[in-house]
Design a binder for this molecule. Structure first.
Ligand SMILES: NC(=O)c1ccc[n+]([C@@H]2O[C@H](COP(=O)([O-])OP(=O)(O)OC[C@H]3O[C@@H](n4cnc5c(N)ncnc54)[C@H](O)[C@@H]3O)[C@@H](O)[C@H]2O)c1
Ligand SMILES: O=P(O)(O)OC[C@@H](O)[C@@H](O)[C@H](O)[C@H](O)CO
Length: 388
């Protein structure tokens, strides 16, 4: 069987590639990184190293690369023979690959392929595949719509495995944490005959993706912004500081209270989930930079993202959100000269009032919440802090 995977980066090679390969797929990785694509085509395989005692290895083979910048036609052609399409490319990049996916769908239709195909966005975002579908639809003709609705599924998914930034002599080698979880919404799948081993198919993804995003990713990002504010570089290092750890625990107890009330997770089970996540963050075999986890702060301040969504939903239910508010204030102050969004945030705060910027980036409308975030921001010892 054949897979196309968009994004030959860390999670693409370090998780999606592993699962697809173990399910007997040949994988065409689509990426604009020339060095990665050339290496995939030359070596046709790569090694995943597990970040644990003994550093066991997993080999992934039967892979190739297609450079969508140089050879978009090859990507479109590959859609004729493909059995599954996945992405792990970053939420902001999905609109850029949507035209190619639309052409690939049109190619299948023109070739008279009436086999169902699932296209699964494995990004850290709620309803990532639904968002991709909307982007793809912008590039289809009205005559393609019924083909799309009948044969092409965009099941939403949640993907959990920590894969830090890393550099090896072998550019394809990738070190990953042992933990992994991939959940797909089966109610949105069109190719029901294809079920990947190692993937959990859920009837309703929402509780899973919210629990993952608002625990793993909210906790991770809280560590990053509070850790940077306290002057640290790495996730495990920041969590060894009691004050950072206390802030992370407080934020996770706030999002946890929401998850327990909204989705009826059992408090004891949810606490175990939190404890497991904190131990994953502290894995001594992984060195995860705070700048990776804090990357693209404007995206992370989005209305449906890891801070603002749980904050507004908890607030509506009269649950405590003080820790979330304090960390959002620190995101506003976060600076990384290599991160365009952090530069943009600094520019906005220079040009506009604090409350105006909060409204713009978070899309919050509740003046009380906006006022509390602004007050927390003005109470910070330093309203900008840089990675050293
Ligand atoms: N790393 C993790 O721990 C992790 C875990 C779960 C989910 N995710 C999610 O997976 C996605 C990818 O994250 P990552 O850490 O693997 O990032 P990454 O930067 O390692 O990989 C992204 C890849 O996309 C490629 N790319 C960028 N623009 C492109 C374009 N226009 N066309 C083709 N390729 C393009 C890049 O060259 C890169 O190889 C993100 O949505 C992230 O939130 C990451
Ligand atoms: O990829 P982002 O920028 O949405 O979030 C950064 C990290 O929190 C994230 O990549 C985690 O490592 C991952 O989501 C763990 O499953």
């Amino acid at each position: 069987m054949q897979a196309i995977h968009f994004g030959g980066g860390n999670i693409g090679r370090g998780f999606i590639g592993e699962v697809l390969n173990q399910n007997d797929f040949d994988i065409a990785f689509v990426d604009v990184n020339v060095a990665i694509i050339d290496a995939l085509n030359e070596k046709k395989g790569y090694t995943i190293e597990l970040a644990e005692e003994g550093k066991p290895e997993v080999l992934v083979n039967r892979v190739c690369g297609i450079n969508n910048g140089e050879d978009p036609e090859a990507v479109v052609s590959a859609f004729e023979k493909v059995d599954i399409v996945t992405t792990a490319i970053g939420p902001k990049i999905l609109p850029y690959i949507a035209p190619l996916i639309a052409q690939g769908i049109q190619k299948r239709k023109a070739a008279g392929i009436f086999e169902p195909l699932d296209i699964i966005a494995c990004e850290n975002m709620i309803n990532g595949s639904s968002f991709l579908k909307e982007e793809v639809q912008k590039h289809l003709e009205s005559g393609d719509e019924s083909y799309l609705e009948q044969y092409i599924g965009f099941p939403n998914a949640a993907v959990d495995r920590i894969v830090p930034l890393q550099h090896h002599n072998d550019i394809l080698r990738v070190t990953v944490e042992p933990y992994k979880e991939w959940v797909i919404d089966q109610s949105q799948s069109k190719n029901k005959a294809l079920r990947l081993e190692g993937v959990h198919y859920a009837e309703d993804l929402e509780p899973f993706i919210e629990r993952k995003l608002f625990t793993v990713n909210t906790g991770h990002a809280t560590t990053a912004y509070n850790g940077r504010y306290a002057g640290y570089q790495l996730i495990d290092e920041a969590l060894r500081d009691e004050s950072v750890l206390a802030e992370v625990k407080e934020v996770l107890s706030e999002t946890g209270a929401l998850m327990i009330e909204k989705w009826k997770f059992l408090p004891e089970e949810h606490q175990k989930y939190i404890d497991k996540i904190l131990s994953r963050f502290s894995n001594p075999y992984i060195s995860d930079e705070l700048t990776r986890v804090g990357r693209t702060p404007i995206r992370k301040l989005g209305y449906n993202e890891r801070f603002i969504r749980p904050m507004r939903e908890a607030y509506e239910r009269d649950l405590v959100v003080d820790g979330l508010i304090r960390t959002v204030a620190k995101i506003m102050a976060y600076r990384d000269e290599n991160d365009e969004e952090s530069q943009e945030l600094a520019r906005l705060l220079k040009e506009k009032g604090t409350k105006e910027v909060i409204c713009q980036v978070t899309e919050l409308t509740d003046q009380e919440l906006i006022g509390q975030i602004a007050a927390a921001y003005h109470h910070l010892d330093s309203q900008s802090y840089l990675p050293q």
